[in-house]
Design a protein around this ligand. Structure first.
Ligand SMILES: [Zn+2]
Length: 616
């Protein structure tokens, strides 16, 4: 079925998998719209959903051109653009190779087993031509391919070929393609419109069985479903991780070793994998990326589309995109019944503990963290914990507080779900519905004031200063709203005699290297620095104890908080001793349910979690 008459075609082949080079032949007629008699081609610098200039053009190799069948000169104009001597209307053919050997959800990767075609890294774009585009891939024997196109029926398969037509530039750059030896699965009802394509190691049956309830719960959060079909591309390989949202699907990375317990229990009676952290993390990840099909891809802050693919697109509202989505990913898994209530509370408390360990929470607000994502969150350096905060981690807790505050104002209301649904409906009216992808990419987004206005309407009053401060200002969170749903926050004291190191380590070949030194810690006062290799430690006057990564906890057990100790470090190949007194181990937050809750509190809890108060 020919949907569009493509004016730009890409033929992709994999002539030498061992080189990790993807070959691309691009053909088009030089634009007649251009004033310039020469034609330019350019490459995107970044990918929506991942706020870092990755300068994909650096992976491009050996570019040659022909005009009307004759060799033509290619002149490099900038780091990401080339010019070809072609007059308007002339047929241009460009051959180039792309080095693809970074395995992530936002970069291309190719070896003998697959090719993940991350579009921003693969496609050179002819200037002045907005599409349509045709992609035609020559598949090696035994390979299949799957894309994140709106309707899998648009994928054309024939002997050794896979082809797609894409209407516009935004769709081209939002449609990754996974080619290789794939496990392709359709989820069970009520999620039969979900396709899962896995490269690497197959997903355990136990994981696939738990996914339908979760995706159904995500869908149930919203008033309508803006897609007919949805595809998860999954990279299941050791070291893989992360996720990236697209309009009609997402790419997930997972380390299959995290499923070891689920595989061990495969076929066993009952479902002992219920609290398996590896599986729960994967369910949260899938819920997260799917939630973005609404929050982030279609319902989005103003700057996040139409995109400028060549430079930073600044927004202070990534905490609404990522923070709220992170809040809902876990809540949806809980509401689906796939996460025990106790596991949910444990994970929430762990997030509170993580936040409390980051000195940067007093330095940067999550609105500022959004704006600076391009140079901070996506470019971590050794002072990152001291100078910045994650709008994912703190943003998810801000989402929780907004939800619980709203529910405390309107106990019978729908909480934050209702606000998001109202924003969604308003955005859908502005866009003219969700059926036309081009309109979605081009529609104006919302501003934080639109969010606050709807929140105010649903609460019956403006959000109080303490709540606004959670996203506008740095600082600790006021967690009293937990009372509304009967949760009690307490601090569990650290083990007696245990100490707080005040630094974070990185393993290099079994040796512990200091990655971060936390601001205000005794380690900082003593002069420990990122990049120091820890060699040994001792209580003052005692024997030196050799430090290796695996032995760090055991060695630290020999030191006592408040008592003099020494560290022996190697810094630029010179040894130094650093005297210091460690502080006692910090307390860790714990969330429990009230022992004697009122009927109202139990009802508030049930409305929020969709789980009954007494469930384990
Ligand atoms: Zn996200």
């Amino acid at each position: 079925m020919l949907l569009y008459r493509a004016v730009v075609t890409y033929q992709i082949s994999f002539p030498a998998p061992g080189s990790h080079l993807v070959h691309v032949r691009l053909e088009f007629d030089a634009s007649t719209a251009s004033e310039d008699p020469r034609c330019t081609v350019w490459m995107a610098a970044w990918t929506p959903g991942s706020y870092l200039l990755r300068e994909y053009a650096r992976n491009l190799r050996s570019i040659t051109a022909q005009v009307e069948g004759q060799p033509a000169a290619v002149t490099k104009l900038r780091k990401d653009a080339w010019q070809i001597d072609a007059r308007p209307g002339q047929r241009v053919r460009i051959d180039y190779s792309v080095y693809a050997h970074e395995l992530s959800v936002r970069t291309a990767h190719h070896d003998a087993t697959h090719a993940f075609l991350h579009p921003a890294q693969i496609f050179l774009i002819p200037g002045d031509i907005a599409g349509p585009f045709a992609v035609d891939i020559a598949l090696p024997p035994g390979w299949d391919a799957v894309s994140l196109v709106a309707d899998p029926a648009q994928e054309r398969r024939s002997q050794g070929r896979f082809a797609l037509d894409l209407p516009d530039l935004d769709t081209l750059l939002d449609t990754p393609i996974e080619c290789g030896q794939l496990q392709i699965v359709t989820l069970a009802a009520p999620a039969a419109h979900f396709r899962v394509a896995v490269w690497g190691e197959p997903l355990p049956e136990r994981v696939l069985r738990r996914l339908p309830a979760v995706v159904a719960q995500v869908e149930a959060t919203w008033p309508d479903r803006p897609y007919d079909r949805y595809t998860f591309i999954v990279h299941a390989a050791v070291g893989a991780g992360g996720g990236l949202e697209h309009l009609f699907g997402s790419v997930l990375g997972v380390d299959p070793e995290r499923f070891a317990a689920a595989i061990r229990h495969e076929g066993a009676a009952g479902d002992p994998g219920d609290t398996d952290d590896g599986v729960l993390d994967f369910l949260e990840l899938a819920a997260h990326e799917l939630f973005h099909a609404w929050n982030g891809k279609r319902l989005r802050p103003a700057v996040l589309g139409p995109f400028d693919y060549r430079r930073e697109n600044y927004t202070r509202e990534l905490w609404l995109v990522e923070g709220l989505t992170s809040y809902y990913d876990r809540l949806c898994v809980l509401r689906s019944g796939e996460m025990p209530v106790a596991a949910f509370l444990k994970r929430l408390a762990a997030d509170l503990g993580r936040l409390a360990q980051i000195p940067g929470r007093h330095i940067q607000s999550i609105a500022d963290a959004s704006f600076d994502a391009w140079i901070k969150l996506y470019r971590p350096q050794d002072d990152s914990p001291n100078a910045s905060i994650s709008y994912y981690l703190k943003g998810s807790l801000v989402g929780l507080l907004i939800d619980l505050w709203l529910r405390s104002q309107q106990p019978a209301g729908a909480g934050l779900d209702g606000v998001l649904c109202a924003l969604w409906t308003a955005a859908g009216e502005r866009t003219g519905g969700w059926s036309n992808a081009e309109k979605i990419y081009r529609s104006p987004g919302y501003k934080v004031d639109d969010f606050i206005e709807i929140l105010t309407r649903h609460a019956g009053l403006e959000p109080p200063d303490w709540l606004r401060a959670t996203w506008e200002k740095p600082g600790d969170l006021d967690l009293r709203a937990l009372e509304h749903v009967g949760l009690v926050l307490s601090e569990k004291p650290g083990t007696h005699g245990a100490l707080e190191p005040g630094f974070l380590l990185q393993d290099r070949g079994g040796a512990p290297w200091v990655q971060h030194v936390l601001a205000g810690s005794p380690a900082e006062v003593a002069g420990l620095a990122p990049g120091d290799e820890l060699l040994a430690a001792r209580p003052a006057g005692g024997a030196w104890l050799r430090l290796r990564t695996a032995r760090v906890p055991r060695v630290l057990e020999h030191l006592r908080p408040g008592e003099p100790a020494e560290l022996l470090v190697s810094r630029r190949e010179r040894l130094e001793t650093l005297p210091l007194r460690f502080e006692p181990a910090r307390t860790t937050p714990e969330l429990t349910r009230l022992s004697e809750p009122s009927i109202e509190v139990q009802e508030n809890f049930r409305r929020w979690t969709r789980r009954s108060w007494n469930e384990s």
